[in-house]
Design a protein around this ligand. Sequence first.
Ligand code: GLC
Length: 820
Amino acid sequence: MRSTLRFPVAACAALVLLLSTPAGAALRGVGKVVGSRALDDGLELKLSSGARVRVGFVTPDVVRVRMTPTGRFDADVSYAIEGAPPRSKATRTKQGAATQLRSASGTRIVVQHAPELAISVFDSAGRLVVADDPARPMAFNAADGSVETSMRRDDYELYYGFGEKTFPMSRHQQAMVMWNADVPDYPAGHDPSYQAIPFFIALHEGRSYGLFFNNTWRSWFDMGKLDPHRYSFGAKGGELDYYVFTGGAERTPAGVLRDYTALTGRGALPPQWSLGYHQSRWSYMNQEKVLDVAQQFRRRRIPADVLYLDIDHMDGFRVFTWNAGTFPAPKTMLDSLHEQGFRAVTIVDPGIKLDPNFPIYQSGRAGDHFVKRPDGSELHEKVWPGICAFPDFTSKAARDWFGSLYRSALDLGVDGFWNDMNEPGVFPPDDFKGPEIPLGPHRTFPLDVRHDGDGRPGNHAQYHNVYGMQMARASFEGLKKLRPEKRPMVLTRAGFAGVQRYAAVWTGDNSPTWGSLALTIPMLANLSVSGVPFVGADVGGFMGSPSAELHARWMQAASLTPYFRTHSNDVSAPREPWAFGPEYERINRAAIELRYQLLPYLYTLFEENERTGRPPMRPLWFEYPADPRAGLVEDQYLLGADLLAAPVLKEGQTSREVYFPKGAAWINWWTGKRHEGGATAKVAAPLDRLPLFIRAGAIVPVSAVTQHTGEMRDAPLTLLVARGADGSGRVFQDAGDGYGYLQGQSRTITARQQGQSLRLEMPENRGYQRVSAIEFIGLQARPPAVRIDGQEVEGAFDAATRRLRVALPGEHVKQVLLAD
Ligand code: GLC
């Protein structure tokens, strides 16, 4: 919508403020308000600098601010957001030199008109959420297009999210750049990284809010590094367009994430098999090797669902081809994998080999789908296949074309796809001499290459950060079109806000070090609260060979992360779970078995994510924002609200300190011992065990171990009931694939414990895993009697683990009672 009204002419000269960005460019403040126009959702303001600002409500609890230095607003479309963002009604009142906007929920925006525009947001209870810093107002540089703004900051405000960053859990007093980059072997603190998501959740005295900077250009955040009393963000171009999520009256992190994911989308329920264990390597070099790995998993009784084919399965790294020498019969191989209950994922890179005889290159060129230089020539850069052309994934036609290429792989039986190198990363040219590092943020397309931008043409500087996400979209949408009855499984390395709509994400080429293992927790937890639920890191560290101990600890730490894959580079030692000898084989098997036991719980969490935006993997503060100590815990994570994992992250450790968040009590998974919240305890962590705790009151489904998810339907399910508090649990069940669940083809089991009574509601079972037992954990002693719907039954009590197991006669059971 464009303004048709005229603004009054500015009476006095613009107040010009010259500021300097961290990058050093001169910026000019937007100045004071010289005209304003009412909008249904807020206000449009004309500033003395010539800039214009729109400020208003997206929903009653979400505020949006847009500033355009040119005075002309761009079309309101964004790759991060599907469709146009909603608008919500504002009531305006003039208050001297300020205007107040009020939403239906009572959230308020106060717009100060002079001496400089200053905006502050108050929640519905009247508490300040964010306020522009008058010492550093909204500003721009007309010469280079950059924009920035700053907010006042309290010393104790913490910040989480920002996508994939290698910083500690809270990103306060950090400076970060949003620019997708191929950064192999990244150490802690290395920035930028593979995924830029310009969104964060702030936590201040137990209350949170979120801020999303909707700008695809190279952008930056300084969260109090330059000055602890302020944070700033800005970009190299585009509008200063940001959303403030107040989190409603509750101001909880979950409320903020609900509203952020309502805007940028949620990950749809993944196919159940993709939550199993994935085994990968660059590369299993031939089909015999792939089948041998598959057979070993089954023979050794180590559960697994997915095997990966990295770049060497292709003919000269040409996408969607097979190496006829090493993979002469891919269909036979894939059929055999399927018979053994495996799925296969193949890698699909964006680079398309510049080979006039390669049909995919020919069709891409004929369809005009490749990225071009400003002079109209095709962009050629080197990646694995040598010189390549690259689809312009910001063009719908190119996405449709690329998506259709998946047909041949699907027809052969490939089940899922892995989009790599899509930052995009490119290699140095052949005559590269150094001394600069060969890969990194600078190794990408030249910034002046052209992109379609879905009808809003622009250069790579504008669209770089969405290239990977749009590749994942091409894959996801192509797969959905080709196999509408199946849920696509796409894995991507690069992404941007909203990538969760299309793909799972892994954290690229990490290192086989203890430090890199420790980094996985803040990295994955922060990605999770950036709206991306399906996340994981290469187990063992990609860039070389971990020790047996490091690998085993990594297996344990990763076993409850949403995406669980072991992967390694081409020169690392074998890393299958049995590769470290019989003792470690047992330990690694146990880690994977724990994963398979908890798959029904994890699956239920993914269903919850689709409805609410709450991620399966959660940092402690997400559930316990009022506990100040929870905000800085780096080395533990929650799986849902009910499980607390405290992996061993240091060499040689067989016990560790665990912090139990305040507001709940926690029961040791292995011993049944109870720990009160708000305290730290030293717990045993023998080499074969992940320190794991269940929240008192929780009820969590646990499956019998299966060798793959295809066997789960027939495996008995136990409801694990953690004693010591009242509480409830639910289990979501459906076909595990397809979209029947959206038409009601599913059931949700609910269970509630109150005092000594456990009430069960198990809707009709249309072929789902059957609940066959209840197991109570955290009991002080064997209860004198157990009654199922009034009938006394025998339970099996294990004093060592303080568990009581009670078999259920059927799913008609309504109540299990523990007698005093
Ligand atoms: C990149 C990927 C890695 C993959 C390799 C070869 O380094 O990050 O996972 O194995 O390329 O395809």
